[in-house]
Write a protein of this length. Structure first.
Length: 259
């Protein structure tokens, strides 16, 4: 259906109108001077995160103290429930709080028109995933020394299959990096493409059926609002899942039971 719409509009509309129906247009990487839109929006998201922290301490009508306190308690409950050692969990709450806010704001900003969803670019979730896993491994080696690597060998197995089991355990452990990154990337990309397709098709329907334009407009606007609300929930859910899994993997490595 979307293909027919694109062909129809390509014949009857100018090129700039046809580009509106491209669901991947938002995810194009555009070079801007010595930067591109991905780097630019990454800096903007970081600016939003730091402004959120800063304004939460200001005493004025724009104070975000209670909102930050709610988010802090939310992250506090996640981390302390995933990491069994309470003193260790308190130590890592700030980094998980910053990660959650960065992912949440990145996902939400990406739903706004003419912006870029930096978490829909596989490189960024993969970088975050690799960074946290490297940190988790270094923390585990510091705690357990080189005995940490013996965790890849299950106990009580015959010696002739040990190399195969070590390889399987190592691959399954490394695959967590990819699953963590791809989960965030795929959900953000697919959700935003769905919204773009719905808006594009809705725009075509509203401009085509002039006789019942008002009825279609009302139904389509309600449908888009519902899908948009679901996408906002997904934005929150994906940030929660990423932080929750990272804290869970850290706990497994600290207690030496990741296999």
């Amino acid at each position: 259906m979307l293909a027919l719409i694109v062909v129809f509009n390509k014949i009857n509309k100018p090129l700039f109108y046809y580009k509106f129906f491209d669901p991947l247009e938002q995810f194009d990487i555009i070079n801007l001077l010595n930067l591109n839109n991905v780097v630019l929006w990454s800096y903007i998201i970081l600016f939003f995160v730091f402004c959120f922290f800063y304004t939460s301490y200001l005493k004025n009508e724009f104070n975000f103290y209670y909102l930050l306190k709610f988010i802090y308690n939310f992250i506090f409950n996640i981390v302390t429930s995933r990491i069994e050692n309470r003193s260790v969990s308190l130590r890592y709450i700030p980094i998980f709080l910053f990660l959650f806010l960065f992912l949440l704001i990145s996902n939400i900003v990406g739903t706004v028109s003419f912006t870029y969803t930096i978490t829909s670019l596989l490189l960024l979730p993969f970088f975050l995933s690799v960074t946290f896993f490297v940190g988790i491994i270094l923390i585990s080696i510091r705690k357990h020394k080189w005995v940490f690597f013996s965790g890849f060998l299950p106990s009580g197995v015959p010696s002739f299959i040990m190399p195969f089991l070590v390889l399987i355990e190592f691959i399954s452990y490394i695959m967590r990096i990819f699953s963590l990154a791809i989960r965030l990337f795929a959900n953000m990309l697919s959700g935003h493409i769905l919204i773009k397709i719905l808006i594009s098709v809705s725009w075509f329907l509203i401009n085509s059926f002039l006789v019942i334009q008002s009825f279609f407009s009302l139904v389509i606007v309600i449908l888009i609002l519902i899908i948009f609300l679901l996408e906002m929930i997904i934005c929150l859910l994906q940030a929660y899942v990423f932080v929750s899994l990272c804290s869970m993997y850290l706990n497994e490595s600290l207690k030496f039971g990741f296999h």
